[in-house]
Design a protein around this ligand. Structure first.
Ligand code: GDP
Length: 303
């Protein structure tokens, strides 16, 4: 139901256009595929991904000897999910947390993408699952970032470890780890600054933060989540590439999917970057973070 509401815009255009296509064509011919290709590309699905998908669909049409376009809705849904996961096991694409010991999640992304909001939502979600969560206010650079995280901490009912603005992010995160250990927390979520203008600075800062985490907790960070704004399309993809070069990103949090009709960006990210989308943001509220599941997503599009 969450997918259905949060993806109203994508649903209306994406499945609306495909349904319209199916109604107009009846027959599955070359022109049908050409129009389908346009619909998919206009939804930010990414040219390479669309080409793969169209090839797969053509083969499937031949294999099943499909004549009637009505049957295409199911085939398109199936293939979208297949193309999304590729050879990966959907289970390994979920958030990977430790049981019975501290897990550390590092969160990166540019300002305005929805980093603070997503951290708040995730803290709330993990807490609702019975986990003890602590936040570390590692974005000491952006004015107001610490206060904003504090507000989300209060909302979610979790502690926020912080220092003053301008202090060393690695020192804040070190404090966070110490607090998480002594309070026997299950999850520590670390915020970081999102300076992308200067790639070298970004790399150095993330490397320093990671060194502290790795030194204090073996095998950590367990997740490095990159927060991307779905409404920025190609720009989100470019940001992702820069961050992926700066650090090992283990998953994407794709925010503001409720604010775009171009839900195909999910596929473009997965296939062009080879990084799984682990969560999607479907609104501004605390409950509006959904663990990503390609099957539920695709079937939500056509629901
Ligand atoms: P940050 O600078 O990356 O920490 O970004 P914020 O967390 O402050 O978010 C920037 C704006 O985006 C805020 O107004 C949020 O309410 C809004 N926002 C974040 N996630 C979502 C989402 O999934 N959907 C919608 N509609 N708005 C969002």
């Amino acid at each position: 139901a969450k997918y259905k509401d949060g993806m109203k815009k994508s649903r209306q255009t994406f499945s609306g256009k495909i349904n319209d296509l199916i109604a107009r064509y009846r027959k599955v011919d070359e022109e049908f595929f050409e129009e389908l290709e346009e619909v998919l590309i206009s939804a930010d699905t990414g040219v390479a991904t669309v080409m793969d998908l169209i090839d797969e669909l053509k083969m499937e049409v031949k294999r099943q000897n499909i004549k009637d376009s009505e049957q295409m809705k199911e085939v398109i849904s199936e293939k979208l999910v297949e193309i999304y996961y590729g050879d990966e096991d959907p289970k390994t694409e979920k958030l990977q947390l430790q049981t019975g010991q501290l897990s550390i999640i590092l969160v990166v992304g540019v300002n305005g993408a929805g980093k603070t909001t997503s951290i708040g939502k995730l803290a709330h979600q993990l807490k609702s699952e019975g986990k003890q969560v602590i936040l570390a206010a590692g974005d000491t650079f952006r004015a107001g970032a610490i206060e904003q995280l504090d507000i989300w901490g209060e909302r979610a009912g979790v502690d926020v470890i912080k220092q003053t603005a301008g202090s060393d992010p690695a020192a804040v995160i070190y404090d966070g780890i110490k607090a998480a250990k002594s309070r026997k927390a299950d999850v520590l979520i670390c915020d970081t600054a999102g300076r992308l203008q200067n790639k070298v600075n970004l790399m150095n800062e993330l490397a320093k933060v990671k060194r502290v985490i790795e030194r204090e907790v073996p095998q950590a960070p367990h997740e490095v989540l990159l927060v991307l704004d779905a409404t920025t399309g190609q720009n989100a993809l470019n940001q992702a590439k820069t961050f992926a070069e700066a650090t090992d990103v283990s998953g994407i949090v794709l925010t503001k999917l409720d604010g775009t009709a171009k839900g195909g960006i999910v596929l473009a990210i997965r296939n062009e970057l080879q990084i799984p989308v682990k969560f999607v943001g479907l609104g501004e509220g605390m409950e509006d973070l959904q663990e990503f599941d390609a099957h539920a997503f695709v079937y939500g599009l056509f629901a």
